[in-house]
Unconditional design. Structure first.
Lengths: 223, 102
């Protein structure tokens, strides 16, 4: 879903840059909770691990039927682990590094962060929260509630991000909306299955082995 | 040095995970599990305009690391860069937040 340079018109690209900068600026002030504890520095190496995992998984394209491929975006995954606001900053930094390799454009960096960090991260996080609340009515174990909610939330976040991406392309006049949106949503409804499974497995593993690392557990309301 | 001493085990964990990821990339590229097919967005653009159009989009810059044609090397450099940039940024955040609290 990495938009290259030259695909968006200048106004759309600039507007999405401004929105992304505003979210990151606001996000910086909202991520204080992670660093309030005395030993909060201990989380920094794990952020490094998370960065490595996200970069590697975004690099790994798994085959999708129909001659296409998919890879993890990881916005919802990061939002569950570090919080929704941190996910925007983490995704932005990873996308900057990827753009150095030519994967995603520099002028489209704002749009890419908007789609993957804000829609995939923040909206994805609140979708997971919603599904956790629904699953709290069941007698499932805590880790299963979080895992299932992560799978569904990540999947829907990818579809929503692809829908928004399709609209951005259409607004820019690159492809008519009647082709861009259905095609984007169709392919990402297949690609999103991988996103949901990988995100859910990683969250399940962390929750089982190092639950403290999921800093949003109380916000998500897993009971 | 004190940061390294205090975070010995997390740093060892990072090294193990990075080595595992590199190994996974090597195996993935070697046995051909990884797909060279276009991703979702590229597929939509190719279906509408064709592959040549996508290759000729205007870009105002040449990505600094685009000369790295070997996927495996690019993967390793990317992982190392990601770890350094993310850890550095969040270390600075932590530093400024704590200084503010004092």
């Amino acid at each position: 879903m990495h938009l290259p340079d030259g695909l968006l018109d200048p106004i759309t690209a600039i507007v999405l840059w401004v929105v992304t900068i505003a979210f990151m600026f606001f996000g910086y002030f909202r991520i204080g909770r992670i660093f309030e504890k005395e030993d909060s520095e201990k989380i920094i190496p794990y952020i490094g691990v998370l960065a490595a995992i996200i970069f590697a998984f975004q690099f790994v394209n798994y085959p999708i039927p129909g001659g296409t491929s998919g890879h993890l975006v990881g916005g919802t995954l990061i939002a569950i682990i570090l919080g929704p606001w941190a996910s925007v900053i983490v995704l932005f930094l990873i996308l900057v590094i990827q753009s150095l390799f030519g994967d995603g454009g520099i002028t489209a960096l704002g749009a890419n962060t908007f789609n993957m960090g804000i829609i995939g991260g923040i909206i994805g996080f609140y979708l997971v929260m919603l599904f956790v609340k629904v699953l709290n009515f069941t007698s499932l174990k805590k880790e299963l509630k979080l895992t299932i909610a992560t799978a569904i939330g990540s999947y829907l976040a990818i579809i929503l991000a692809s829908f928004i991406c399709g609209i951005e392309i259409a607004i820019s006049g690159t492809i008519p909306i009647q082709f861009a949106v259905p095609a984007m949503v169709f392919w990402h409804s297949l690609i999103g299955i991988g996103e949901g499974i990988i995100s859910a497995l990683i969250v399940f593993y962390i929750y089982k082995t190092k639950p403290d690392f999921i800093t949003t557990e109380s916000i998500l309301g897993v009971i | 040095m004190s940061f390294i001493k205090r975070n010995k085990w997390p740093l060892i964990t990072i090294l193990i995970i990075i080595i595992t990821l590199m190994f996974a990339l090597t195996v993935g590229f070697t046995i051909g599990f990884l797909s060279e097919n276009p991703d979702g967005l590229e597929r939509v653009l190719i279906d509408y305009y064709g592959e040549e159009w996508l290759d000729n989009l205007f870009s105002p810059w040449i990505p600094f690391l685009s000369w790295l044609n070997n996927d495996y090397i690019a993967g390793i450099v990317g992982i190392v860069l990601s770890v350094a940039v993310l850890m550095g940024t969040f270390y600075l955040f932590s530093h400024f937040k704590k200084r503010k609290l004092k």
